[in-house]
Design a protein around this ligand. Sequence first.
Ligand SMILES: Cc1cc2nc3c(=O)[nH]c(=O)nc-3n(C[C@H](O)[C@H](O)[C@H](O)COP(=O)(O)OP(=O)(O)OC[C@H]3O[C@@H](n4cnc5c(N)ncnc54)[C@H](O)[C@@H]3O)c2cc1C
Length: 294
Amino acid sequence: MNIPGFRGILLHHEPMSRHTSLKVGGPADLYAIPADLDDLLVLVKQLDQAGHPHMVIGGGYNLLVRDGGIRGAVVSLERLNRLELLNGGVITAWAGAENLQVVRFAQQQGLGGIGFISGIPGTIGGAVRMNAGAYGSGLLDRMIRLMLLRAGQVVELSREQICYGYRHLELQPGDSILAVTLQLEPVDTSVTEEEIRRDLELRRAKHNVGYPSAGSFFKNPPDQAAWKLIDIAGMRGFRVGDAQMAELHSNFMINRGSATAADCIALAARVKQAVLAATGVVLEEEVRIVGEEL
Ligand SMILES: Cc1cc2nc3c(=O)[nH]c(=O)nc-3n(C[C@H](O)[C@H](O)[C@H](O)COP(=O)(O)OP(=O)(O)OC[C@H]3O[C@@H](n4cnc5c(N)ncnc54)[C@H](O)[C@@H]3O)c2cc1C
């Protein structure tokens, strides 16, 4: 498909295994990287007119794409990555900015309160979509405004207009997150530096499972840890093809080399079944599963 007037990058039949941390997934019909917001609007208008669906992705760290790939367009907002300082300890981060980059920007302004996202891989758009967090905090606790692309229009929603919870944000189908405005607090920059260093070190120690993964595959059920339930069910290390629940972190699904999305999905189903049988708890996927089967 040709997009007249589009200035960004356009790739056809682009394997999504190149854009997801699990390294599985079939091709997207179109993979687009708009140059800026105007370019995104040009793209989306023409996709809508041609009846082609589109979905936005960030770093692909929480995404499992089925082996048949994605019909329509996948849009990366990596070039919409501006960071802006407003008055009163408020910053706006555009969707394509990486989490650590945002923490560092805040730190340079003497602001903090989001150190817990330092080591979470991905973009701010993805972190908002997932309400990413750690140590009991979620990014959206700091949110005062969201800018979305909704039905072809740029709209702004205040905190009161938005429902969110643990790893959850309620959006309308087709909404794209453009930017988030966050209320931060004045901090001593050396405290932030220490927080970032501790977080990155802890993650290097705990999250380095030696193979491609998408982090925790299942959400923690209320007051329970998914990894413990997986252990109780005897599924630590369980394998389907080259997809495996990591020996080092039983809630991390890893790709030992040539896993397919079908392997990953079959493994997830086996784990859910075993956990239900052993504990009576229904696990829910944290990783977003999209696309078509082969
Ligand atoms: C080693 C490892 C450790 C991790 N640790 C944590 C952790 O401690 N805490 C945690 O919360 N997560 C963790 N994760 C998961 C992941 O890093 C987060 O969910 C992260 O926020 C995903 O961001 P992303 O940019 O990669 O989003 P993607 O994976 O690209 O996208 C995730 C979902 O958001 C949608 N999306 C992305 N951007 C937009 C946008 N601009 N508008 C609308 N929808 C969008 C996508 O369509 C998809 O449905 C970890 C992952 C790994 C690999």
